[in-house]
Design a protein around this ligand. Sequence first.
Ligand SMILES: NC(=O)c1ccc[n+]([C@@H]2O[C@H](COP(=O)([O-])OP(=O)(O)OC[C@H]3O[C@@H](n4cnc5c(N)ncnc54)[C@H](OP(=O)(O)O)[C@@H]3O)[C@@H](O)[C@H]2O)c1
Length: 353
Amino acid sequence: MAELPTLAVVGATGAVGTVMLDILSSRKNVWGEIRLIASPRSAGRKLTVRGEQVEVVALSEDAFDGVDVAMFDVPDEVSAKWAPIAASCGVVAVDNSGAFRMDPDVPLVVPEINPEQTRNRPKGIIANANCTTLAMIVAIAPLHREYGLRELVLASYQAVSGAGQIGVDTLHDQLAKVAGDRTLGSRTGNVRHAVGDDLGPFPAPLALNVVPWAGSLKEAGWSSEELKMRNESRKILGLPDLKVSATCVRVPVATGHSVAVHAVFGSEVDADGAREVLNGAPGVIVVDDPANGEFPMPIDAVGTDPSWVGRIRRSMDDPRSLDFFVTGDNLRKGAALNTAQIAELLASELTRR
Ligand SMILES: NC(=O)c1ccc[n+]([C@@H]2O[C@H](COP(=O)([O-])OP(=O)(O)OC[C@H]3O[C@@H](n4cnc5c(N)ncnc54)[C@H](OP(=O)(O)O)[C@@H]3O)[C@@H](O)[C@H]2O)c1
């Protein structure tokens, strides 16, 4: 293939799709045509990518004509149906949804960790990991290589944009309703009353609150998001027996997922050594100076590419255990950026042919 490959962005109008268009506009240009696809509701809308206005087309088999790589930034059920259709048309599908992540014939790729897996795609589909897993896994992987990971105990602090554009709109609407009333939150139920029925995609108000729930109910009381963190970490790291316990919590943050990590290793760790490993790790930035109020936080990480890591401490009770806090932009590394990086690996493979 002499000319640059053609890319399709399916779900170009959504929360992830919007960030994807920004990312495609700012990274090295490896694409010929970029085609924008969404539901029939958005057909005809014009969006800007690489400084040009491009008309959105409705998702259909014809929309994949001449496409080499298609990114799917759409709900699970849309990917589950359409990624295999795209693949049957000869397109390599890079899927951001949860539809294929645990399929043994679909690699789950984080380019900093297992880029070689992009070539192992018997179904013509490559999966992008869940946003909360991605925020922490780029920091966990280099520590695993150094110290040999045995167990993870995780607590997430997940932003509302993880539930799509509707999550962001819901939080802002709720914040407008509670703004200025300093009595709210001082009596049981009064925040619920102020917010009313406008809960959007969440089971409880997010304004002035945290909600220890993300995803859907799965076996033995675990949520789907908690099981994703366990299963995807195991698959990406190639550690099928890794012990992982996660508690996923939604917080009133627009964008930026954070995770408090307790990691147990096979060998002894020390905080300075871990800092050195993380300082040299691709996709990681260490921000760890609590004496001067420097911690990784969503308000600083939003709009940036790396995972920000800080609060690095060796356990007081176990020299093989490390605790740290990590924050990453769930719409960039947690979704669009990781997909763009996978697609760029494919672009160079296809361009070399
Ligand atoms: N938000 C995150 O932090 C995050 C992180 C990682 C992965 N993901 C995953 O990425 C995917 C997109 O998430 P999002 O947050 O961007 O969702 P979103 O804001 O709700 O956007 C959904 C996109 O899918 C399109 N779409 C919906 N139904 C469609 C259909 N039947 N045919 C064609 N297009 C359809 C929408 O097009 P219209 O505008 O035309 O309706 C829109 O472009 C989801 O699978 C999500 O789980 C999200």
